[in-house]
Design a protein. Structure first.
Lengths: 185, 185
């Protein structure tokens, strides 16, 4: 942020009085502009308990890689409504939410991802505008080396383990950026 | 938003091509400015399982009313870290998180509130800068008519019920604005 979104004048970046971290301050409007993490909501859609619906991304980042249907939550909707909307938009699929399944804080990206375990009652789906392909995968056919994101790999790994145990508890994960690689002289 | 935060020129509000809802568009930067829900993170701190730590708000909204320690999640922290930070800031209390306890979509306010059940290991706490008072309450002493928010009332009600049952599952709630009152002629 360089300019105030309310008045168009330049903002100053410093820690306001009584606060403990720097913010964008507008001296004309007397407004402090806060920036907060975004929520990504989605589903882990399962058909007959042992087939998982994945979407091949048609957009960057990670175009051509497989993912679960998920995307940014919009204003004035619930987390569940966002997850169902993304599943509809990306996979043309109507699912029934079972429970919140993963809550991942992606600390370096200031994102929080929430994936709901969901039942796909009938094998009806097709590629939405943001997908190149949508398919059901048996556990042994999951394209592990072509998954788009670490959070997707985690969710699929949790599901296969939990399927064996017959219980599907919430998985709470904190992801931090990998340490920077040392460059050898 | 009236002006672009990157270049300071006026933005236009309309639905971009390929999108399905209006956004603030900057024609100079070719940027679309998205607005998304904010996360409020906090704790339901419990001492010896049957006493709950509440804070009397020193700030608006709802100054003078009782609440659980909670506040906006910051960039580059996890949801749990935000909940622990708010508990430290508002109640000078160090707690141990047990599990995610309530997930509330406050649809009309574009907010998502996540409260963690947490153990207060020792009865050590005091008022932080945003609190007028901090106290432990037995169930029968909870000031139901002086609670700050519906989400807090819900969380306390859930806890007292769950305490009887001995199980503390995640409670997933969607709150929508109450219907507008009819004004009689």
């Amino acid at each position: 942020m360089k300019y105030c979104s309310e008045c168009g004048n330049k903002v100053s970046y410093y820690t306001p009085e009584g606060d403990n971290r720097p913010r964008h301050n507008c001296h004309f409007c007397q407004i402090i502009h806060y920036s907060n993490p975004n929520i990504v909501a989605g589903c882990l859609p399962v058909y007959q308990k042992n087939k998982i619906l994945l979407c091949k991304r048609a957009i960057e980042p990670r175009r051509g890689y497989w993912t679960l249907p998920a995307g940014y939550m919009e204003n004035n909707e619930s987390v569940e409504a966002a997850a169902l909307r993304e599943t509809r938009e990306e996979a043309n699929a109507e699912v029934n939410i079972i429970s919140l399944y993963t809550l991942t804080s992606i600390v370096h990206a200031s994102q929080v991802q929430m994936l709901f375990l969901a039942e796909l009652p009938t094998p009806e789906f097709s590629s939405g505008i943001e997908s190149l392909d949508v398919q059901l995968f048996s556990f042994e056919d999951i394209p592990w080396n072509q998954l788009a994101f670490q959070t997707i790999k985690n969710a699929l790994t949790f599901y296969i383990e939990d399927y064996k145990a017959g219980k599907f508890p919430l998985h709470n994960v904190v992801l931090k950026a990998p340490p920077k690689q040392l460059i050898k002289p």
